[in-house]
Design a protein around this ligand. Structure first.
Ligand code: ZN
Length: 135
């Protein structure tokens, strides 16, 4: 669905329903399966075969139908249990549970500019540090 909507088409879309994507991912470390969902608004064009999915934030309109679709299962290297609880013997040793604050501090340290070794002024490219919300 890589169709690029024109501005006119985008304005003509009508909110039709919701679609709930049900995900299942199996951890290659411990074998457990994690499940989570993502819900989107489904906007359709009244005359063209165009639809647009928009992530839902907040509450939903209970008068609209919710279609549930099982997304193809996938394998992941580390699951939440491996990463946060480490109760499984097969959990990787290099998984280090940290709080959001500790992780933000770790990122700050990793991306902190090195102390200047020379006094020659030069332009340095700005690094883009992802925020926790983007991870
Ligand atoms: Zn796991």
């Amino acid at each position: 669905m890589n169709y690029q909507l024109s501005e006119g088409e985008s304005r003509q879309l009508v909110f039709d329903s919701y679609v709930l994507h049900a995900h299942a991912q199996t951890c290659l470390g411990c074998g457990s399966t994690e499940r989570y969902t993502q819900i989107y608004e489904v906007w359709v064009h009244p005359t063209k075969s165009i639809q647009n999915l928009r992530p839902v934030a907040g509450t939903i309109n209970s008068a609209k139908p919710i279609y549930q679709v099982a997304v193809k299962p996938r394998a992941i290297p580390v699951c939440v249990a491996c990463a946060t609880i480490s109760v499984y013997q097969s959990a990787p040793d290099n998984v280090i549970p940290v709080s959001r604050e500790a992780w933000a501090e770790t990122l700050r340290r990793k991306y902190a500019p090195q102390a200047a070794e020379t006094k020659v002024a030069k332009a340095t490219p700005t690094k883009v540090v992802p925020t926790l919300d983007e991870i």
